[in-house]
Every structure is written in C-alpha cells, then in structure tokens.
Design a protein around this ligand. Structure first.
Ligand code: SF4
Length: 324
C-alpha cells in the first residue's frame, strides 16, 4: 500500500484572477490579482463600494463576463481541478452544477412571461424527465419557504422577497457546491432582508454549501459570513475572519467603510461617509489606489502599490499598516 497521503485540496481556490477592459492594454484592469481560498461549508462576504470590482470578480469565476470585458489571467480550482481553461461545453457542466449564481435584482433575472415553476423546471431539466423536474421544482420552492403550488405564478405575482427566494431555489436546482449571491437583500425591506439572510444561513448549514455573498451591507455580511474580503479599485485590500476585519479593520479603507456603515442603534447624523469616489480602471496610477482619499497617504503610497501581506491576523495591502 502506498504511504503517500492525498494532498488536501480546498473546495475553491482562486488565484490571480485578473479582468481587463477588452481591447485595452494591461493598464485598464477592472479586477486585479483576485485570490482566495474557501473550504467546504465556509462563507465569504465581498465588501466595497459600487464599482470596486466585486460583481466582475464573481462573474469572472462563472465565466459570465460581459462582452466589454475579458479575462487576462488567473486560475480557479474546484477541489483541485482547474476549471477556467475548460472548453465552453465542459465548463457548462461546472456552471450551475458546481458553481451557481443568484443574480442581483430578482425581477430582471426572471423571464416575466414564464411561470416561476417552469423557469425552475428548465434549470433542472437537463437530466430529468419533465415530471421529475416538476416534482423537484416543488421541493426546491418548499425548501426556500414558498408553497410548492405557487410555482404556477408569474414573477410579477410574487413579492420582492418571494422572487428572491425563488431565485435562490433556481440556483440550487443542480445541487451546486458553491453559490454566489450578488446583493441578495438589496431593494428588500428590513424584515424581508433578515428572512433572506436566515434562509441563506440555513441552506448553507443544511447543504454544506460554500457561499460567496456580494454585499455593500456590512451588517448582512457580519450575520452571514465567516470571512470577508474588502475590495477597492479592483483589488482585495483586506481579507480575513469577519470578526477581525469588521471588528478591528486594519486598512484605512476598511476602517472608513466600517465608520460609514449605519449601526442599528446609531443616530444617522453620526454616519461618516467616505469623501470622494473610487477611481475608474483607466484612472488608476502606479501607487495605492486609495491614496487620493486616504488621510494617511505619504509619498511612498503615491509611488508604489502596496502588496497584500499578513499583519496581525488579517491580510492587508497598506504600506503604513504597522504604524496605523
Ligand atoms: Fe493610505 Fe498609504 Fe495605506 Fe494606501 S498605502 S491605504 S494611501 S496609508
């Protein structure tokens, strides 16, 4: 018998994922060196202002980039198997069966003229008979808290919260290992937001799902995720355990985000918005992309891009993190 033990492979390992504007040279990067490791059952929140590359990084994982963007380089391994260089037909088996996506804006993601149940049936149909798929569609709707008989309704007949639940049911259709939820609670009222987060938490535990939740809502990430990656100008600038990064953020941008987030018991007048806006991909210079907005910026910040490195329990990209 061989004495070699099988090397542990994380469920999801993303390395150096880089996306650029199509037709531009390497300087116009929308996502740069996006890397992370998630084990089975772990959940990660992707935080940052709009336009920081969160959705683009996630769509790059699914190979669903819009035509104006292209993957420049990177690797995505699921249980050790590289999936980014598979041909489109082989990747079709990965998409939805291994990696599934809950799109932002559940109303627009559904076809308005097909019943919700039939859209879920279509997502399941590949390898089942129509009757089996109908039965499974009912089960899936029940598993997300919708009466299975409501599958005959059209998307506009559902409330916002029910549409979001149905979107999650559709993403679960092929029993994926990883589910990516893009702003799953945006545009829902506070009570329904909490119900959707509970649902995601429950599904994650019951199914051992690995989840990535994109959200600008740090409270939603704190209540749902084990880890958080904060993105700024296309790069991860801090990543670590959620209690560490949101409780004691090290990077000045993560700190500013936490300060800008409303707390439930906070007077709204005390929220500190971050002055300025993130730079566009073609506006970024050679230094730290946050330097124009950072109150601590020095010459080195404007001259050199800080690399990600381990500092006190999280991984941070800031030249001055030790001093701060
Ligand atoms: Fe601020 Fe400099 Fe750190 Fe960038 S590297 S976040 S500019 S202190």
């Amino acid at each position: 018998m061989s004495h070699m033990t099988k090397q542990h492979q994380p469920l999801l390992q993303v390395s150096g994922l880089t996306v650029k504007l199509r037709g531009f040279h390497n300087a116009a990067l929308v996502v740069e060196d996006f890397s992370l490791i998630l084990e089975r059952g772990e959940s990660l929140g992707l935080a940052g202002e709009s336009g920081c590359g969160k959705t683009t990084a996630a769509l790059a994982l699914m190979r669903l980039l819009s035509p104006g963007l292209e993957l420049a380089r990177g690797s995505v391994r699921i249980s050790g198997e590289e999936v980014l260089d598979l041909d489109e037909q082989a990747f079709d088996d990965v998409r939805w069966r291994r990696l599934a996506y809950v799109f932002q804006g559940a109303m627009n993601a559904f076809n308005p003229v097909i019943t919700v149940g039939d859209q879920i049936v279509e997502a399941i149909r590949r390898d089942r008979t129509k009757n089996m798929a109908r039965e499974r569609s009912r089960e899936l709707l029940e598993s997300v808290g919708i009466d299975g008989h409501r599958g005959g309704a059209y998307p506009h007949q559902f409330s916002g919260g029910m549409r979001q639940r149905a979107m999650i049911a559709m993403a679960l259709a092929a029993d994926p290992e990883v589910i990516i939820a893009d702003e799953p609670t945006t545009a829902l009222d506070v009570v329904v937001q909490a119900e959707i987060l509970d649902l995601l938490n429950r599904l994650q535990k019951e199914r051992g799902l690995t989840t990535i939740m994109i959200s600008h809502d740090l409270a939603a990430i704190a209540s749902t995720c084990d880890k958080v990656a904060v993105m700024y100008a296309g790069r991860i600038i801090e990543i670590g355990a959620v209690e560490k990064v949101l409780g004691q953020p090290c990077h000045p941008y993560s700190r500013a985000l936490v300060m800008a987030a409303p707390q439930s018991d906070q007077d709204f007048r005390k929220i500190n918005p971050i002055p300025g806006t993130p730079p566009r991909p073609d506006e970024r210079g050679c230094g730290c992309a946050f330097s124009p907005r950072c109150p601590f910026a020095r010459d080195i910040c404007r001259a050199e891009q800080p690399p990600l490195r381990m500092v006190g329990g999280s991984t941070v990209a800031c030249h001055l993190v030790e001093e701060l």
